[in-house]
Design a protein around this ligand. Structure first.
Ligand code: ACO
Length: 323
Protein backbone atom coordinates (compact mmCIF):
# COMPACT_ATOMS: atom_id res chain seq x y z
CA UNK A 1 0.00 0.00 0.00
CA UNK A 2 1.00 3.63 -0.51
CA UNK A 3 2.69 5.22 2.49
CA UNK A 4 4.16 8.69 3.06
CA UNK A 5 7.77 7.81 3.79
CA UNK A 6 10.09 10.33 5.47
CA UNK A 7 12.95 10.99 3.05
CA UNK A 8 14.67 13.71 5.08
CA UNK A 9 14.37 16.27 7.82
CA UNK A 10 16.07 19.50 8.79
CA UNK A 11 15.78 22.57 10.96
CA UNK A 12 16.76 26.18 11.29
CA UNK A 13 17.27 28.23 14.44
CA UNK A 14 17.91 31.99 14.61
CA UNK A 15 21.41 32.78 15.86
CA UNK A 16 20.41 34.90 18.89
CA UNK A 17 19.97 33.00 22.17
CA UNK A 18 18.01 34.44 25.09
CA UNK A 19 18.79 32.84 28.47
CA UNK A 20 16.69 32.82 31.63
CA UNK A 21 19.36 35.02 33.14
CA UNK A 22 18.80 37.58 30.33
CA UNK A 23 15.04 37.50 30.99
CA UNK A 24 15.51 38.05 34.71
CA UNK A 25 16.95 41.47 33.86
CA UNK A 26 13.74 42.62 32.13
CA UNK A 27 10.94 40.88 34.09
CA UNK A 28 10.56 39.74 37.70
CA UNK A 29 11.63 36.13 37.23
CA UNK A 30 14.59 33.84 37.89
CA UNK A 31 16.45 30.97 36.26
CA UNK A 32 15.37 28.76 39.18
CA UNK A 33 11.65 29.51 38.75
CA UNK A 34 11.69 28.95 34.99
CA UNK A 35 13.76 25.74 35.14
CA UNK A 36 11.69 24.26 37.99
CA UNK A 37 8.28 25.01 36.42
CA UNK A 38 9.11 24.43 32.74
CA UNK A 39 12.56 22.88 32.23
CA UNK A 40 13.44 25.76 29.89
CA UNK A 41 16.96 27.26 30.14
CA UNK A 42 17.28 29.20 26.88
CA UNK A 43 15.50 29.85 23.59
CA UNK A 44 16.41 31.27 20.17
CA UNK A 45 14.94 34.61 19.08
CA UNK A 46 14.64 35.81 15.47
CA UNK A 47 16.63 38.94 14.61
CA UNK A 48 14.73 42.11 13.62
CA UNK A 49 13.62 41.62 10.01
CA UNK A 50 14.08 37.84 10.19
CA UNK A 51 10.66 36.45 9.27
CA UNK A 52 8.89 33.14 9.81
CA UNK A 53 9.42 32.45 6.10
CA UNK A 54 13.19 32.95 6.50
CA UNK A 55 13.30 30.30 9.23
CA UNK A 56 11.02 28.03 7.17
CA UNK A 57 13.22 28.38 4.07
CA UNK A 58 16.31 27.48 6.13
CA UNK A 59 14.59 24.37 7.49
CA UNK A 60 13.24 23.45 4.04
CA UNK A 61 16.71 23.64 2.45
CA UNK A 62 18.18 21.52 5.27
CA UNK A 63 15.43 18.90 4.87
CA UNK A 64 15.87 18.76 1.08
CA UNK A 65 19.64 18.36 1.48
CA UNK A 66 19.08 15.56 4.01
CA UNK A 67 16.71 13.87 1.53
CA UNK A 68 19.17 14.37 -1.35
CA UNK A 69 16.31 15.92 -3.27
CA UNK A 70 15.88 19.01 -5.47
CA UNK A 71 13.14 21.50 -4.61
CA UNK A 72 11.68 21.01 -8.09
CA UNK A 73 10.79 17.42 -7.19
CA UNK A 74 8.22 18.64 -4.62
CA UNK A 75 4.59 19.06 -5.62
CA UNK A 76 3.10 20.11 -2.28
CA UNK A 77 4.14 22.39 0.62
CA UNK A 78 2.15 22.45 3.85
CA UNK A 79 3.40 24.97 6.40
CA UNK A 80 2.09 25.06 9.95
CA UNK A 81 2.33 28.40 11.70
CA UNK A 82 0.43 30.71 14.02
CA UNK A 83 2.87 33.53 13.25
CA UNK A 84 2.71 34.03 9.47
CA UNK A 85 4.75 36.81 7.82
CA UNK A 86 1.52 38.53 6.72
CA UNK A 87 -2.21 38.01 7.17
CA UNK A 88 -2.03 36.81 3.57
CA UNK A 89 -0.66 35.38 1.33
CA UNK A 90 0.19 32.14 3.05
CA UNK A 91 3.80 31.96 4.25
CA UNK A 92 3.99 28.63 2.40
CA UNK A 93 3.79 30.47 -0.93
CA UNK A 94 6.76 32.66 0.07
CA UNK A 95 8.71 29.47 0.77
CA UNK A 96 7.56 28.00 -2.54
CA UNK A 97 8.82 31.07 -4.44
CA UNK A 98 12.13 31.15 -2.55
CA UNK A 99 12.72 27.50 -3.49
CA UNK A 100 12.03 28.37 -7.14
CA UNK A 101 9.00 26.10 -7.41
CA UNK A 102 6.33 27.22 -9.90
CA UNK A 103 4.28 24.01 -10.11
CA UNK A 104 2.18 22.21 -7.47
CA UNK A 105 0.65 24.10 -4.55
CA UNK A 106 1.45 25.50 -1.12
CA UNK A 107 -0.71 26.54 1.82
CA UNK A 108 -0.60 27.26 5.56
CA UNK A 109 -2.25 25.33 8.37
CA UNK A 110 -3.26 26.99 11.63
CA UNK A 111 -3.56 24.69 14.62
CA UNK A 112 -1.05 26.52 16.86
CA UNK A 113 1.16 24.04 18.75
CA UNK A 114 -0.56 21.05 17.10
CA UNK A 115 0.09 22.55 13.65
CA UNK A 116 2.94 20.28 12.60
CA UNK A 117 1.01 17.08 13.34
CA UNK A 118 -2.04 18.51 11.54
CA UNK A 119 0.15 19.47 8.54
CA UNK A 120 1.80 16.04 8.49
CA UNK A 121 -1.61 14.38 8.56
CA UNK A 122 -2.94 16.58 5.73
CA UNK A 123 0.13 16.01 3.53
CA UNK A 124 -0.14 12.28 4.21
CA UNK A 125 -3.72 12.23 2.89
CA UNK A 126 -2.65 13.92 -0.38
CA UNK A 127 0.23 11.47 -0.86
CA UNK A 128 -1.62 8.24 -0.06
CA UNK A 129 -4.40 9.34 -2.42
CA UNK A 130 -1.85 8.72 -5.17
CA UNK A 131 -2.46 12.15 -6.68
CA UNK A 132 0.72 13.77 -5.30
CA UNK A 133 4.20 12.35 -4.95
CA UNK A 134 6.40 14.47 -2.67
CA UNK A 135 5.49 16.89 0.09
CA UNK A 136 7.43 19.31 2.23
CA UNK A 137 5.89 19.67 5.70
CA UNK A 138 7.14 22.61 7.73
CA UNK A 139 6.53 23.95 11.22
CA UNK A 140 7.84 27.52 11.55
CA UNK A 141 7.22 30.20 14.17
CA UNK A 142 8.35 33.58 15.41
CA UNK A 143 6.39 33.61 18.67
CA UNK A 144 8.73 36.34 19.95
CA UNK A 145 6.68 38.75 17.79
CA UNK A 146 3.38 38.00 19.58
CA UNK A 147 4.64 37.90 23.16
CA UNK A 148 3.88 40.57 25.73
CA UNK A 149 7.47 40.99 26.94
CA UNK A 150 6.22 42.58 30.17
CA UNK A 151 4.10 39.50 31.07
CA UNK A 152 6.36 37.09 32.98
CA UNK A 153 3.70 34.37 32.93
CA UNK A 154 4.02 33.93 29.14
CA UNK A 155 7.19 35.61 27.81
CA UNK A 156 9.53 33.11 29.49
CA UNK A 157 7.92 30.11 27.77
CA UNK A 158 8.37 30.56 24.03
CA UNK A 159 11.09 30.66 21.38
CA UNK A 160 11.51 30.93 17.59
CA UNK A 161 12.57 28.30 15.06
CA UNK A 162 11.57 26.03 12.20
CA UNK A 163 11.77 22.37 11.26
CA UNK A 164 10.74 20.44 8.17
CA UNK A 165 10.35 16.93 6.80
CA UNK A 166 10.20 15.71 3.19
CA UNK A 167 7.64 12.97 2.56
CA UNK A 168 7.48 10.74 -0.51
CA UNK A 169 4.67 8.40 -1.53
CA UNK A 170 6.14 4.89 -1.73
CA UNK A 171 4.58 1.44 -2.07
CA UNK A 172 5.06 -0.56 1.14
CA UNK A 173 4.19 -4.22 1.76
CA UNK A 174 1.20 -3.41 4.00
CA UNK A 175 2.82 -5.05 7.01
CA UNK A 176 3.69 -3.85 10.52
CA UNK A 177 7.19 -3.17 9.20
CA UNK A 178 5.85 -0.54 6.71
CA UNK A 179 7.88 2.65 6.63
CA UNK A 180 6.14 6.03 6.62
CA UNK A 181 3.18 7.65 8.35
CA UNK A 182 1.28 4.74 9.94
CA UNK A 183 -1.61 6.61 11.55
CA UNK A 184 -2.61 10.13 12.60
CA UNK A 185 -5.32 11.29 15.01
CA UNK A 186 -6.48 14.91 15.15
CA UNK A 187 -8.79 16.49 17.70
CA UNK A 188 -10.05 19.92 18.71
CA UNK A 189 -12.57 21.37 21.14
CA UNK A 190 -13.27 25.06 20.61
CA UNK A 191 -15.01 25.46 23.95
CA UNK A 192 -11.50 25.91 25.37
CA UNK A 193 -10.45 28.66 22.96
CA UNK A 194 -10.37 31.34 25.68
CA UNK A 195 -7.74 29.52 27.75
CA UNK A 196 -4.91 30.12 25.27
CA UNK A 197 -5.28 32.71 22.55
CA UNK A 198 -3.90 35.85 20.91
CA UNK A 199 -5.92 38.96 21.73
CA UNK A 200 -5.82 40.44 18.24
CA UNK A 201 -6.39 39.67 14.58
CA UNK A 202 -7.59 41.15 11.29
CA UNK A 203 -11.32 40.63 11.90
CA UNK A 204 -11.44 41.48 15.60
CA UNK A 205 -9.04 44.27 16.57
CA UNK A 206 -7.18 44.93 13.34
CA UNK A 207 -3.95 44.52 15.31
CA UNK A 208 -1.64 41.55 15.77
CA UNK A 209 -2.19 41.08 19.51
CA UNK A 210 -0.35 39.13 22.21
CA UNK A 211 -0.44 35.60 23.63
CA UNK A 212 -2.79 35.27 26.62
CA UNK A 213 -2.94 32.09 28.61
CA UNK A 214 -4.49 30.51 31.67
CA UNK A 215 -1.40 28.41 32.34
CA UNK A 216 -2.89 26.22 35.06
CA UNK A 217 -5.96 25.43 32.93
CA UNK A 218 -3.76 24.48 29.97
CA UNK A 219 -1.66 22.29 32.22
CA UNK A 220 -4.75 20.67 33.75
CA UNK A 221 -6.08 19.56 30.34
CA UNK A 222 -2.81 18.79 28.58
CA UNK A 223 -1.92 15.33 29.91
CA UNK A 224 -5.44 13.91 29.47
CA UNK A 225 -5.73 15.18 25.91
CA UNK A 226 -2.27 13.93 24.98
CA UNK A 227 -2.90 10.46 26.36
CA UNK A 228 -6.31 10.38 24.62
CA UNK A 229 -4.85 10.76 21.10
CA UNK A 230 -1.91 8.48 21.82
CA UNK A 231 -4.18 5.73 23.10
CA UNK A 232 -6.20 6.18 19.88
CA UNK A 233 -3.00 5.70 17.85
CA UNK A 234 -2.10 2.56 19.83
CA UNK A 235 -5.64 1.15 19.52
CA UNK A 236 -5.66 1.72 15.74
CA UNK A 237 -2.33 -0.02 15.15
CA UNK A 238 -1.69 -2.51 17.95
CA UNK A 239 1.51 -0.62 18.79
CA UNK A 240 2.25 0.31 22.40
CA UNK A 241 4.59 2.16 24.76
CA UNK A 242 6.82 -0.94 24.56
CA UNK A 243 6.99 -1.20 20.75
CA UNK A 244 7.75 2.46 19.97
CA UNK A 245 11.42 3.40 19.73
CA UNK A 246 11.07 7.16 20.29
CA UNK A 247 8.54 9.54 21.77
CA UNK A 248 8.88 13.03 20.26
CA UNK A 249 6.29 15.22 22.01
CA UNK A 250 5.50 18.87 21.40
CA UNK A 251 7.98 20.73 23.58
CA UNK A 252 5.86 23.02 25.75
CA UNK A 253 6.96 22.16 29.21
CA UNK A 254 9.15 19.48 30.79
CA UNK A 255 6.55 18.66 33.42
CA UNK A 256 3.83 18.02 30.80
CA UNK A 257 6.23 15.81 28.80
CA UNK A 258 7.30 13.79 31.85
CA UNK A 259 3.75 13.38 33.18
CA UNK A 260 2.47 12.22 29.77
CA UNK A 261 5.30 9.70 29.30
CA UNK A 262 4.77 8.39 32.81
CA UNK A 263 1.00 8.02 32.40
CA UNK A 264 1.51 6.13 29.12
CA UNK A 265 4.31 3.93 30.53
CA UNK A 266 6.90 5.23 28.03
CA UNK A 267 10.47 4.70 29.29
CA UNK A 268 12.28 8.01 29.97
CA UNK A 269 15.19 6.90 27.71
CA UNK A 270 12.82 6.94 24.70
CA UNK A 271 11.71 10.55 25.23
CA UNK A 272 13.30 13.25 23.06
CA UNK A 273 13.52 16.54 24.96
CA UNK A 274 14.65 19.85 23.46
CA UNK A 275 12.48 22.27 25.46
CA UNK A 276 15.50 23.06 27.66
CA UNK A 277 17.33 24.83 24.80
CA UNK A 278 14.46 25.68 22.39
CA UNK A 279 11.65 26.74 24.72
CA UNK A 280 8.17 26.24 23.29
CA UNK A 281 8.42 26.90 19.55
CA UNK A 282 4.77 25.95 18.92
CA UNK A 283 4.37 24.23 15.50
CA UNK A 284 8.15 24.10 15.04
CA UNK A 285 8.94 22.13 18.18
CA UNK A 286 8.36 18.60 16.88
CA UNK A 287 10.28 18.88 13.58
CA UNK A 288 13.07 20.70 15.45
CA UNK A 289 13.28 17.78 17.89
CA UNK A 290 13.06 15.22 15.06
CA UNK A 291 15.92 16.90 13.20
CA UNK A 292 18.05 16.94 16.35
CA UNK A 293 17.38 13.29 17.22
CA UNK A 294 17.98 12.24 13.62
CA UNK A 295 21.21 14.25 13.28
CA UNK A 296 22.71 12.88 16.52
CA UNK A 297 21.95 9.30 15.49
CA UNK A 298 19.15 8.53 17.94
CA UNK A 299 16.38 8.01 15.36
CA UNK A 300 17.54 5.31 12.93
CA UNK A 301 15.99 3.92 9.74
CA UNK A 302 13.19 1.56 10.72
CA UNK A 303 12.56 3.16 14.13
CA UNK A 304 8.95 3.66 15.18
CA UNK A 305 8.44 7.28 16.30
CA UNK A 306 5.43 8.56 18.23
CA UNK A 307 4.57 12.28 17.88
CA UNK A 308 2.01 14.25 19.88
CA UNK A 309 1.01 17.85 20.37
CA UNK A 310 -1.55 19.94 22.21
CA UNK A 311 -2.21 23.66 22.02
CA UNK A 312 -4.57 26.59 21.54
CA UNK A 313 -8.15 25.85 20.49
CA UNK A 314 -7.69 23.45 22.18
CA UNK A 315 -6.26 21.31 19.42
CA UNK A 316 -4.44 18.05 20.02
CA UNK A 317 -3.03 15.36 17.77
CA UNK A 318 -0.81 12.29 17.48
CA UNK A 319 1.06 10.51 14.71
CA UNK A 320 2.94 7.22 14.45
CA UNK A 321 5.72 7.25 11.88
CA UNK A 322 8.17 4.47 10.99
CA UNK A 323 11.39 6.11 9.80
N1 ACO B 1 8.76 33.98 37.17
C1 ACO B 1 8.49 34.04 38.47
N2 ACO B 1 7.24 33.90 38.98
C2 ACO B 1 6.25 33.69 38.09
C3 ACO B 1 6.47 33.61 36.70
C4 ACO B 1 7.79 33.77 36.26
N3 ACO B 1 8.12 33.71 34.94
N4 ACO B 1 5.30 33.39 36.09
C5 ACO B 1 4.37 33.32 37.06
N5 ACO B 1 4.93 33.51 38.25
C6 ACO B 1 4.27 33.53 39.57
C7 ACO B 1 2.82 33.82 39.48
O1 ACO B 1 2.59 35.20 39.39
C8 ACO B 1 2.31 33.21 40.75
O2 ACO B 1 2.60 34.11 41.78
P1 ACO B 1 1.52 34.32 42.97
O3 ACO B 1 1.42 32.98 43.63
O4 ACO B 1 2.18 35.37 43.80
O5 ACO B 1 0.26 34.75 42.29
C9 ACO B 1 3.22 31.99 40.95
O6 ACO B 1 4.37 32.22 40.12
C10 ACO B 1 2.56 30.70 40.55
O7 ACO B 1 1.92 30.90 39.29
P2 ACO B 1 1.16 29.75 38.56
O8 ACO B 1 0.64 30.26 37.27
O9 ACO B 1 0.19 29.12 39.49
O10 ACO B 1 2.36 28.74 38.32
P3 ACO B 1 2.33 27.29 37.76
O11 ACO B 1 2.98 26.38 38.68
O12 ACO B 1 0.99 26.91 37.22
O13 ACO B 1 3.33 27.41 36.52
C11 ACO B 1 3.20 27.56 34.14
C12 ACO B 1 3.01 28.28 35.44
C13 ACO B 1 4.67 27.18 33.99
C14 ACO B 1 2.80 28.47 33.00
C15 ACO B 1 2.33 26.29 34.15
O14 ACO B 1 1.02 26.59 34.48
C16 ACO B 1 2.35 25.59 32.86
O15 ACO B 1 3.36 25.03 32.46
N6 ACO B 1 1.22 25.55 32.15
C17 ACO B 1 1.16 24.97 30.86
C18 ACO B 1 1.19 26.08 29.93
C19 ACO B 1 2.01 25.83 28.72
O16 ACO B 1 2.92 25.05 28.65
N7 ACO B 1 1.67 26.60 27.74
C20 ACO B 1 2.37 26.58 26.54
C21 ACO B 1 1.43 26.79 25.43
S1 ACO B 1 0.31 25.48 25.36
C22 ACO B 1 1.10 24.23 24.78
O17 ACO B 1 2.03 24.37 24.01
C23 ACO B 1 0.68 22.90 25.29
Amino acid sequence: RLRSVVRGCGSYLPADVLTNEDLSKTVDTSDDWIVQRTGIRSRHIAAPGELTSDLAIGAARAALADAGMEAGELDLIVLATATPDYTFPATATTVQAALGITHGFAFDVQAVCSGFVYALSIADKFLVSGQHKRALVIGAETFSRILDWSDRTTCVLFGDGAGAVVLEAQEQPGATSDRGVITTHLRSDGRHRGKLFVDGGPSSTGAVGHVRMEGREVFRHAVGMITDVIEAAFAATGESADTIDWFVPHQANRRIIDASAQKLGIAPAKVVVTVDHHGNTSAASIPLALAEARADGRIKDGDLVLLEAMGGGFTWASALVRW
